[in-house]
Write a protein that binds this ligand. Structure first.
Ligand code: HC0
Ligand code: SF4
Length: 573
């Protein structure tokens, strides 16, 4: 343990820590901008400069290591002036249309300007040749807002190991762009949206579908059905100032009802359905020599990553559509038939924590008889906006229940939104199906938590099933390489494109770098889903009575011809 002095306080720190971290622990917030924990620690923006006794130059706290006896000052007239000048220069090169900016009030640059008491910016914004790229169905890039902090570049390159974005040009013309300034839709971007989550400003955002949804809601000729993904209920409250990790399932349903949707259903119902289809698909592959390991296909960021980078693993992907696509297909067939509604008059909206779901729903493969399974996908952030636009006081809402039957779900489905959730849900059903009885075991702790690669094995009637859970495309790359090299052998793998799974998808509420220093968002949001699971009486997908009914009345058996027509898909090479 080392001891140093920060602003007159003696602070204990461990070797290798930075001044920024030691100060944070001592309750001293040094301002930062380009800093993003474990992602972008490069000291580039110079906002976190501090004075160190005995040194002539100011030093960036985010990269300067602690040392025994160091005497640090984080607040002085010099520092306040230097930080202000640096920030004014950054602001002079930034399109300051804050009132009409989608990051208004969630912008880290704006907060910093307020914290540093910036009262004027003497320079006018007059950059030319800036790119506004909205060619992709999922992601929009606006260079006029970019402050060149590099957080998106580091996230895509080092965390996701994809590397779509980088600095181009020099000096005043410097921009962050894909190679050759291609539009995002012409790159191998998988639409994970993790660069959006890293961006402190509004240089990256999702392609909004809010107006499409409002138009459908106002059309009396259309029956508008909404489904909410498991991960929305754990994060939507943050849009309304509630702490990270607040469960708002009932309020979310009330809000969706107030917005005027004809039915408010839950993607979790289709998650239970996916477990049936995927579980039987796995059993079939195990028994009949099918391609192994079977890999989950519900994360469209991961599926695109596989298509772009590992086409030799495409046959390993489960042929199951992702739950929200299955849900759309069931609404436009079973539900339409039962309620005698023309499927062409049904508009399915998915509320997703993910921007890749926008691209997924637009794929031709995700249509049945020329009708899209899902007509519009909005993110948690977009839903937050719609609720505010409608003047709904979210925090004052009471709880409501999802509509039946497509809103009935088990605890197994609720945990889909956290890394390991799909695996745990599959194991709960698979073991019982193979053993032919309702086993006592429900929880599989080895697949929970945020370790990048989690492994385990179980015995199924004497046969060993080896499995792995992977989150983030970098980890996916690692595991696939190990399989190719023969180092690892698995029967079944869950892969999610984003670290943490859907709870930290690219469509979730923004969390500042400062907050991310205090807590692990993945853990806090996942806790809510495990709580929801524990509260459920039925915690195994095959025991969902409405899933049983769906098979009895409509689909026949899992993996039946009808199931394949509606609920399965294929991928491109
Ligand atoms: Fe997910 Fe899903 S759990 S991908 O992470 O499988 O986005 O929450 O909705 O579709 O159910 C996201 C979350 C979903 C789907 C489900 C799966
Ligand atoms: Fe990279 Fe994902 Fe952003 Fe695309 S969406 S640029 S893959 S981080």
């Amino acid at each position: 343990m080392l001891r140093l002095t920060i602003d007159g306080n003696v602070v204990e720190a461990t070797e290798g820590e930075t001044i920024l971290i030691a100060a944070k622990r001592a309750g001293i917030d040094i301002p930062t901008l380009c800093f993003l924990k474990e992602t972008n620690e490069i000291g580039a923006c110079r906002i976190c400069l501090v004075e160190i006794e005995g040194q002539r130059n100011l030093q960036p706290a985010c990269v300067y290591p602690v040392a025994q006896g160091l005497v640090v000052r984080t607040n002085s007239k010099t520092l306040r002036n230097v930080r202000k000048s640096t920030l004014k220069l950054l602001l002079s090169n930034h399109n300051r249309e804050c009132l009409t900016c989608f990051r208004n009030k969630s912008c880290e640059l704006q907060s910093l300007a307020e914290e540093l008491n910036i009262d004027d910016v003497p320079f006018k914004f007059n950059r030319e040749n800036i790119t506004y790229d909205d060619a992709s169905v999922a992601i929009v890039r606006d260079s006029s807002k970019c402050i060149l902090c590099g957080r998106c570049i580091a996230t895509c390159r080092d965390i996701q190991k994809i590397g779509i974005l980088d600095f181009t040009h020099r000096g005043i013309d410097t921009e962050v762009t894909p190679a050759f300034n291609r539009s995002m839709d012409k790159t191998a971007c998988v639409n994970c949206g993790q660069c959006i989550m890293a961006c402190p400003v509004a240089a990256l955002k999702e392609k909004e579908d809010i107006e499409k949804v409002w138009d459908a809601l106002e059309d009396n000729d259309i029956h508008v059905v909404v489904q909410a993904a498991p991960a929305i209920r754990t994060a939507l409250g943050e849009e309304f100032g509630l702490p990270i990790g607040t469960r708002v399932t009932g309020k979310m349903v009330s809000a969706l009802k107030r917005l005027g949707f004809s039915k408010v259903f839950d993607t979790s119902f289709a998650a239970d359905l996916t477990i049936m289809e995927e579980g039987y698909e796995l059993l079939n592959r195990l028994e009949n020599g099918g391609r192994l390991p079977m890999i989950t296909s519900c994360s469209p960021g991961w599926v695109s990553y596989c298509e772009f980078n590992h086409p030799d693993f495409i046959e390993n992907l489960s042929t199951c559509k992702s739950p929200h696509q299955m849900f759309g297909a069931i609404v436009k067939s079973y539900y339409a038939e039962k309620n005698q509604i023309d499927p062409k008059k049904i508009f399915v909206v998915s509320v997703m924590p993910c921007i890749a779901k926008k691209a997924e729903s637009a794929r031709e493969e995700n249509q049945v008889n020329g009708l899209r399974d899902v007509d519009a996908v909005i993110t948690t952030r977009e839903l937050g906006k719609m609720i505010r636009q409608a003047g709904i006081d979210f925090n004052k809402l009471g709880d409501s229940e999802f509509d039946s039957p497509l809103g009935e779900y088990t605890g197994a489905a609720a945990i889909f939104g956290a890394t390991g959730g799909v695996m745990e849900a599959t194991l709960r059903t698979l073991v019982d199906l193979v053993e032919g009885k309702d086993m006592d075991k429900i929880e599989y702790n080895q697949v929970r938590g945020v370790k990048g690669i989690k492994e385990g094995k179980i015995s199924l009637k004497g046969n060993e099933l080896n499995f792995a859970v992977v989150h983030g495309t970098a980890m996916a790359n690692e595991v696939l390489s190990q399989i190719k090299d023969g180092e690892k052998k698995y029967h079944f793998i869950e892969i999610m494109g984003c670290s943490g799974g859907c709870v930290t998808g690219g469509g979730q509420p923004h969390v500042s770098a400062k907050k991310k220093l205090e807590l692990d968002v993945r853990v806090e949001r996942a806790k809510v889903l495990y709580q929801e699971d524990a509260l459920k009486e039925v915690r195994k997908s095959y025991q969902n009575p409405f899933i049983k009914k769906l098979y009895e009345e409509f689909l026949g058996q899992p993996n039946s011809i009808k199931s394949h027509q509606l609920l399965h898909t294929h991928y491109s090479v």
